[in-house]
Design a protein around this ligand. Sequence first.
Ligand code: S3P
Length: 429
Amino acid sequence: MKQLLNSTFIGSTKVPGDKSITHRALMLGALSEGTTYIKDPLISADTLRTFENMQQIGAQVSRVGDDFQVISKGHSALNSPEDILYTGNSGTTTRLLTGLIAGLEHVSATIEGDQTIAKRPMDRVVTPLNSMGANITLKDEKYPPIVINPSNITPMEYHMPIASAQVKSALLFASLFQEGTTVIHETHQSRNHSEIMMRQFGADLKVDNKTVTLNGGKNLQASDVTVPGDISSAAFLIVLALITKDSDITIENVSLNETRSGIIDVLKECGANIEISKKSSDGEKFGDIHVKYTSDLKPFSIDGEIIPRLIDEIPILAVLGVFASGPSTVKGARELRYKETDRISAVVGELKKFGVKIDEFEDGFTVHPGFSVVTDNTIFKGYHDHRIIMMLLVMSIGVNQEIKIDDDSAIDVSFPTFVQDLHKLRKDR
Ligand code: S3P
């Protein structure tokens, strides 16, 4: 880490494939008849759990160099796993898989993850799934293990109480093969990768503003997927370049899906030196992001519709706030309390250790510019949360102070090459 201090970051790079898209490609590949080739997937602790889970229910999933291939005889050929489906640290695997297994109707399975998953609420997917006819039980009616028994699913209309792509996707996965119409209404539009990819694989699905309508009962056909870089991983490099003097980097082929690109809108409002060059694509949009050090960043204030479009970028936006010219505020982000850890409390607690003034609210925070010297005996906490650990590393470089983190191993959940990639871009200042 020490070598990354007093550095500037220059050059072109790529970030690993999008996590959300990789999970969905593996799952839809398993549910479809034929061979699905997944190019440039994210190969990380989280996506390898989905990879193994699909093998356990009978799909032939393999690695071809740095790509994945899924061969399946379709959803009706999938079977009950012999062992528990272990989902590690991955909330997306846990929740989407619950819907997927319920939708197979004939399959029974138990889903369980690590100590962070054990504390994450699963009733948000299980309650609506059970009202569709699923037979799922939880520990204390809320937490994993998730025990799924065979059942009959009946499509329904559902008004989601929270904006969550994981909940929306779990319900869509459960409804894919049932005759009838499933209608899901969202409060704010959440990421739409499931909708885009399900259509690509042959599902009859329409989206009208915040309403998704799926006419189920169609068999899916395998289709190839090229995974763009993950904007949520790129966000750490973008903010690092903005706050370290003379930095100038280009990140190639990053997902620019509008349900994910809220951070770009915020950065433009802050006056960041950032340029986007879009490349054409029928399905998922992507392009290059060119970003340069910006000495006069304006503060930001976010709330409402934009929150789901940047939910995973809020920890790193807090770091940007430390370098802005006035206080920046995040509101309407209560959902952050239910991520890998309570991210509002983790961001506030860890940034305070850098001497940052930050006020905590139930649904967000206000971060003030400025920081002080970190004492030698300060130990930072990673909370087994990849995004908190990467936030701490970027902050440490931004303030030019070496820090000690109790456990930084969770980086491999979404960006296993993060530190190596920083070394490749670094130049002496
Ligand atoms: C994800 C949805 C979001 C996001 C998570 C990935 C997905 O979670 O925070 O990292 O792939 O569907 P919620 O659906 O809980 O908001």
